[in-house]
Design a protein around this ligand. Structure first.
Ligand code: NAD
Length: 491
């Protein structure tokens, strides 16, 4: 399948699901349209499944699991390494799908989203060999065993990477998967499953390691969560979806891993000398991927004494950010990914103004700044609000758009109090000239991750949330353990 990316060009059509390594139409054929957010035109159509397809997919995964769960770690490592290599070879194709379905610009789609997926498969190819599958504890032999069929349910914001995190860890652990991508960004999921099944055939692994059933959360997602043969559900999505999944999974006491929303804060400490440099880093974290990064620190906490200076600098920095055609290379940002998200971001911009915040720069994109031919797309300018009361709606709800909030604080104690005054606890950041002070503040944040002075992303380190940002951890050894049962054989 090739992707034609010109606006108004022919749409991509995938009319099958992948079940047991075979492409087959849904039991009750139905399709969903995929919309290119840069143009608001339909760019694809995918088959969507129902409960009967979920039954077939779970059965295929269970059958494949009978053999896969008994393979050696070395064999699984070989497959994971081969998948990584195959995605690397096809990185342009994957990136084109991501550009088309969710509007990430070319460099982001390829160098960040696709290359991170490669790094994740590679990391599990290594970890599967390093993990202690069996250990002795006194008179006990402790054995780690795959939990069984995993339902991997993912959102649209980093579709390939977030799916890879779940699928690579599940396959490494010896589990098999039914994968339900977001209906808004399912195209890369087709490429991913086709790639894994192709590699599995070449390696002599069973067919049906990863079964693909796109569909609505309320139908396919719910059927997966309720299915008696699904042993674990791993969901990345909104806190609302996490709540519904937790309630539904409680009936069968399934293991549930949740990676949910956030409203993270970056603390700029009063010892920072290069305020412009620090604000550039903090704002880049907010604007990247058009603000649709669950861990982005959209609340930027600035010492009161430097607040006016920070507002002025942020206006300058944000106005240098550009929006642009996602097909092009460069460091511009693309549209937000869906019409619903666009309307939600506009709603938050309006609510900020209505509650008395000041929009320093940005807002809905004026027509003359929209790339030619893309006037109907979902464009929001990189935006900065000042005069924020931490209790305003925009300061408490996740916006998930390129919107930064500058919040003033009095001292370190006050900064920690504001940062932690959220129902969420996904991520945080500290910018300081003093490593010890930064570390002390990092320890006090109630979040699953803290980035100190822009420290780089670590694909081996656990990611996940405190409070209503979720439970469980993904990536690295922590992610592997999420899909394992532990057996104590005492003799
Ligand atoms: P969403 O919750 O609407 O959907 C996520 C996935 O869950 C989709 O595949 C959807 O179909 C499915 N789903 C929804 N309701 C379901 C139900 N009742 N049962 C089973 N499945 C259901 O989220 P979205 O709009 O696609 O993504 C954006 C959200 O994801 C944001 O809140 C963002 O913060 C969050 N997110 C979190 C992380 C993280 O690692 N914590 C990463 C990325 C995105």
């Amino acid at each position: 399948m090739t992707f034609e990316l010109a606006p108004g060009s022919a749409a991509v059509r995938y009319d099958c699901l992948s079940i047991g390594g075979q492409w087959r139409p849904p039991v009750d054929p139905a399709v969903a349209e995929v919309v290119n957010p840069a143009t608001a035109r339909v760019c694809g159509e995918v088959a969507i499944g129902g409960a009967a397809d979920v039954d077939l997919a779970v059965d295929a995964a269970r059958t494949a699991g009978l053999r896969w769960s008994r393979t050696s770690p070395q064999f699984r490592a070989q497959l994971l390494e081969a998948v990584a290599e195959r995605i690397r070879l096809r990185r342009n194709e994957f990136a084109e799908a991501i550009i088309l379905e969710m509007g990430a610009p070319a460099d982001n789609a390829r160098d960040t989203q696709t290359d991170l997926a490669v790094a994740v498969f590679e990391s599990y190819a290594t970890l599967v060999n390093e993990f202690e599958w069996e250990e002795t504890l006194g008179n006990s032999l402790i054995v780690h065993e795959p939990i069984g069929v995993v339902a991997a349910i993912t959102p649209w914001n980093y579709p390939l990477y977030l799916a890879s995190v779940k699928i690579a860890a599940a396959l490494a652990s010896g589990c098999t998967v039914v994968f339900k991508p977001s209906i808004d960004a399912p195209l890369d999921g087709y490429l991913l499953v086709a790639t894994i099944e192709e590699v599995a055939r070449e390696c002599g692994a069973p067919a049906g390691l990863v079964n693909l059933v796109p569909g609505h959360g309320s139908v396919v997602g719910a059927a997966l969560v309720a299915h008696p043969d699904v042993a674990a559900v791993s969901l990345t999505g909104s806190t609302n979806a996490g709540r519904q999944v937790s309630i539904a999974a409680a009936h069968s006491i399934k293991r549930v891993g949740l990676e949910l929303g956030g409203k993270s804060a970056a603390i700029i400490v009063d010892d920072v000398t290069d305020l412009a440099g620090v604000l550039s880093g903090a704002l880049a974290d907010v604007f990247f991927n058009s603000g649709q990064t669950c861990t982005s620190c959209a609340r930027i906490l600035v010492p009161a004494a430097r607040y006016d200076e920070a507002v002025e600098l942020s206006a300058e920095i944000a106005s240098r950010w550009t929006i642009g055609d996602p097909r092009l290379a460069g460091d511009h940002i693309g549209p937000v990914a869906t019409r619903a998200q666009y309307e939600s971001v506009i709603g938050h911009l309006e609510s900020g103004l209505a509650e008395g915040a000041r929009l320093v720069v940005g807002g809905v994109c004026p027509p003359d700044r929209i790339p030619a031919g893309m006037e109907n797309g979902f464009w929001i300018l990189p935006s900065v609000f000042s005069e924020i009361d931490p209790e305003m709606t925009i300061a408490t709800e996740e916006i998930f758009g390129p919107v930064a909030l500058l919040i003033s604080y009095e001292d370190d104690e006050d900064a920690v109090r504001i940062a932690n005054s959220s129902i969420y606890g996904l991520s945080g950041a500290v910018w300081s000239a003093d490593d010890d002070r930064a570390l002390a503040l990092a320890r006090r944040l109630e979040t699953g991750r803290v980035v100190v002075n822009g420290g780089p992303f670590n694909v081996l380190a656990p990611t996940g949330g405190y409070k209503q940002s979720g439970n469980g951890r993904e990536l690295g050894m922590h992610g592997l353990r999420e899909f394992l049962e532990v057996k104590n054989i005492q003799r």
